[in-house]
Design a binder for this molecule. Structure first.
Ligand code: NAD
Ligand code: DAU
Length: 349
């Protein structure tokens, strides 16, 4: 197995790369990443000397480069995570999301098709997607299933929805072996501090305001990132080709409840007075087109592949906060941009 993992220097990708490099020493893992602002090789420095690991700096939007990589490394499997992933950035700059998520994914599919079309045996293209393609749920107990109609509402989720459709088109039209998973909100170590949980941890540490969008009643379903990596492993090895699997945490929180919990746990860990960090909460203008609620029905994954989340939220959030508190250098490098100067020197801009 020569397994190409794209986006392996990012948040979820780094946990997926670590899992596959350590659990499958017989696989050659090729981590391809453009090292955008979100890519940080420090995330995987503990495994980067492993004999079955290779890093390639590359851009999925560059078709010629993708053709070369698939050919040069005789790639037989792909787990595709590379993406622009932040909704707020997609509101200010939608076209980069079209370029990477839609065109980039299509390029990768095309390069794989050209290399694999004479023999699909033993090949697999695994596309990692999001629950946001299904749109927004009301504040009730409805859930997204694999049969929920697509209804993306942000440039980010629309570009991911488009990429999902291209993957299915390659399955139906060319018989490319593919699987897709759509996952809920992840949290854990190495999460870039522009997303809610790591941003607020960093702001609480530095006693900066906590900008709550709108009323704070929006709901997300949170999953610990290592549980997502384990689900990807299960789906990659046991998933039925052409199928989609939803992955969720069974763990819904309104933003404001989650933020208040975060404040309380951090006050206790930082030896601050009870209620001190909550005073940093500041209600700000809502995100444009803000989806109200996401919730995943993970019944198919549980029934067919036996996967369930392993970590309770209380344990996961405590582990996550501890990681940020003991990796202050990582946070400082990321927030100051130092990590990018280093990689630009090593790999070129
Ligand atoms: P991230 O932003 O942390 O990482 C994305 C990685 O992709 C970075 O390392 C970046 O350098 C790389 N990349 C970006 N553009 C590239 C390009 N043109 N060519 C090659 N590499 C490029 O993202 P994440 O949160 O780890 O998400 C990973 C994947 O999982 C995405 O596809 C995302 O849509 C999906 N997803 C994320 C979540 C979540 O909660 N974070 C939930 C469900 C699904
Ligand atoms: O559901 C899966 C998706 O989860 C992934 O596909 C995306 O890549 C990932 O970024 C995430 O999207 P969200 O928009 O849900 O995540 P974010 O952390 O940006 O926001 C979580 C919630 O918190 C959302 O309701 C908006 C709110 N929020 C966010 C930020 C950054 C705030 O209230 N204030 C903030 O400063």
């Amino acid at each position: 197995m020569n397994l190409l993992i794209t986006g392996g220097a990012g948040f979820i990708g780094s946990h997926v790369v670590r899992r596959f490099v350590t659990q499958y020493p017989e696989y050659n893992i090729i981590n391809l990443d453009k090292l955008t602002y979100a890519g940080n090789l420090e995330n995987i420095k503990d495994i980067d000397q492993s004999p079955n690991y290779t890093f390639v700096k590359g851009d999925i939007a560059d078709l010629e480069q993708m053709r070369s990589v698939i050919k040069d490394y005789n790639v037989t499997g792909v787990i595709h995570l590379a993406a622009e992933s932040h909704v707020d950035r997609s509101i200010t700059d939608p076209l980069i999301f079209v370029r990477t998520n839609l065109i980039g994914t299509s390029n990768l599919l095309q390069a794989c098709k050209e290399a694999w079309k004479d023999n699909w045996e033993g090949k697999l293209f695994y596309h990692v997607s999001t629950d946001e393609v299904y749109g927004s749920l009301p504040l009730d107990d409805s859930m997204f299933t694999e049969n929920t109609a697509y209804d993306p509402r942000s440039p980010y989720s629309a570009s991911k929805a488009g990429s999902d459709h291209m993957v299915r088109a390659f399955f139906h039209t060319y018989h490319m072996p593919v699987v897709i998973s759509n996952c809920s909100n992840n949290y854990g170590p190495n999460h870039f501090p522009e997303k809610l949980i790591p941003l607020f941890i960093n702001n609480i540490i530095n006693k900066k305001p906590l900008p709550v969008y709108g009323s704070g009643e929006n709901v997300r379903d949170w999953l610990y990132v290592e549980d997502h990596a384990r689900a990807i492993d299960d789906i990659f090895h046991k998933g039925i080709h052409g199928e989609t699997y939803n992955i969720g945490g069974h763990n819904e929180w309104s933003n404001i409840d989650l933020i208040k919990t975060l404040c309380a746990v951090m006050d206790s860990k930082l030896g601050r007075e009870v209620g001190e960090s909550e005073k940093l909460i500041s209600y700000v203008t809502d995100r444009a087109g803000h989806d109200m609620r996401y919730a995943i029905d993970g019944g198919k994954l549980q029934d067919e592949l036996g996967w369930t989340p392993s970590l309770q939220f209380e344990e996961g959030i405590s582990k996550t906060i501890d990681w940020y508190l003991t990796n202050q250098d990582w946070l400082d490098n990321v927030t100051s941009g130092t990590y990018q100067e280093y990689y630009n020197k090593q790999y070129g801009k």
